[in-house]
Ligand binder design. Structure first.
Ligand code: FAD
Length: 385
């Protein structure tokens, strides 16, 4: 074969897997349809949980890749303007997460892989896997000059996100898929305005809002919007007014808004996460809402399980089952979290009874150390194997 593993997609899943394999001397080729600047500029997630940090450390990548970012300390949950703080790393037994923006992580993973002599091909067009059910799969693609290429390999890693070609190339009927719309609208803006003191979630009658650091002078805000509303039509002044109301902070510093996006609050899982010699990794197999910040961390954890199985030459049969256990655990966590912070503020969405339940769920985090520890354990990320 031309290489051991062809990896389709150079996002967090593909580049984590590529680096893990490279560090253990397993050959791989990464095929990415976009150019390098595009991939390295894609701003999405912001947190590497403690478990993902441990995974990078196991491969000696904590220095070059996941190190250096500020360590998370407290989480602020503000209810109708009243702040309460949770020391999540301490509650998780001293396991802090790190603030590492996704584009920085991907840039570092690409740099480290290429410095190590890795084979990463950008602008690979019409990537198509073949013969996945046999012993010798192939992947074909076209370069920007229109020249066709073919790579034979032992395994194909489908790391090409939710809209990629990998999952689609699995025959109909081989996968069971689960989709769920959480019925919540979320609008996110990226602004050049000072980062909050701590990651901030705000529950209020005006709707949910959150603010997270994306570097010292940038914030990502999230705002719930009501069904039927179109927040892309909101003038920026309205966005800031809503944020001041929901965060209960009349003096919230404003700054130029540099990005506006509607976030789909949707979950999806494909089972199993493999077909023949193709393994689906990260968003190619599952997407999760941003509540709990698990999407990128799931991608890294999947990549770890697959890398270990290929390196050890054992455990590939278990890959899907191991990853799905954690995927469903995190889906449940994300749903639990989303329900709590949205229902607690919003009678219109869920009615007064569910609002009271959500407030009780929220209060329990501050009243019961075991409940808080269970929450913090999931925030820190759970053991993979
Ligand atoms: P992707 O990042 O989608 O990477 C897939 C790669 O494959 C891309 O480079 C793509 O160009 C390439 N590709 C696609 N199709 C092909 C093809 N046919 N051929 C070749 N290459 C292809 N997660 C969190 O943990 N915390 C958060 O706070 C968070 N916030 C988010 C906010 C937003 C607005 C969004 C959209 C997502 C957020 N996520 C968050 C989710 C997180 O970004 C994803 O879970 C993560 O990017 C998954 O990584 P991945 O490598 O599996 O997929």
């Amino acid at each position: 074969a031309d290489t051991t593993v062809v990896i389709i997609g150079a996002g967090p899943a593909g580049m984590s897997l590529a680096n893990f394999l490279q560090r253990r001397g397993v050959g791989c080729v990464v095929l990415e349809m976009r150019d390098r600047a595009y991939v390295e500029g894609r701003q999405r997630a912001g947190v590497i949980d403690h478990r993902a940090g441990e995974i990078f450390a196991e491969f000696g990548l904590d220095g070059p890749v996941s190190g250096g970012g500020p360590v998370e300390t407290l989480l602020e949950i503000r209810t109708d303007g009243a702040p309460r703080l949770l020391d999540v790393p301490a509650l998780a037994g001293g396991r802090p997460s790190r603030l590492v923006p996704q584009q920085m992580l991907v840039r570092r993973l690409i740099g480290t892989f290429l410095e190590g002599g890795g084979d990463l091909r950008f602008e690979a067009l019409d990537v198509t896997p073949h013969d996945l059910g046999g012993d010798r799969p192939r992947v074909t693609y076209r370069d920007t000059d229109g020249v066709e290429h073919e790579l034979t390999c032992e395994y194909v890693a489908g790391c090409d996100g939710f809209h990629g070609v990998s999952r689609r190339s699995i025959p109909d009927g081989a996968l069971t898929t689960y989709s769920f719309d959480h019925g919540i609208g979320w609008y996110t803006v990226l602004a050049d305005s000072p980062a909050p003191r701590y990651p901030l979630m705000a529950v209020s009658r005006h709707g949910f809002a959150a603010q997270f650091a994306r570097g010292p002078r940038a914030s990502r805000f999230y705002l719930q919007y009501r069904p039927g509303d179109d927040p892309r039509q909101w003038p920026d002044e309205h966005t800031w007014r809503q944020l001041r109301l929901r965060l209960g902070d009349e003096s919230l510093p404003e700054g130029p808004i540099t990005g506006r996006e509607v976030v789909e609050m949707r979950s999806f899982v494909a089972e199993p996460m493999s077909y023949g010699r193709m393994f689906l990794v990260g968003d190619a197999a599952h997407i999760i809402t941003p509540m709990g910040a698990k999407g990128m961390n799931l991608a890294i954890a999947d990549a770890y399980v697959l890398a270990r199985a290929i390196i050890d030459g054992a455990g590939l049969d278990e890959y899907s089952a191991v990853c799905l256990r954690r995927t469903w655990d995190y889906q449940e966590f994300s749903r639990w979290y989303a329900e709590m912070v949205h229902d607690a503020g919003d009678d219109a969405r869920s009615g007064p009874f569910r609002r009271k339940l959500a407030l009780a769920r929220l209060d329990r985090l501050f009243a019961s150390p075991p409940a808080a520890a269970a929450f913090a354990d999931l925030m820190a990320g759970t053991e993979v194997l």
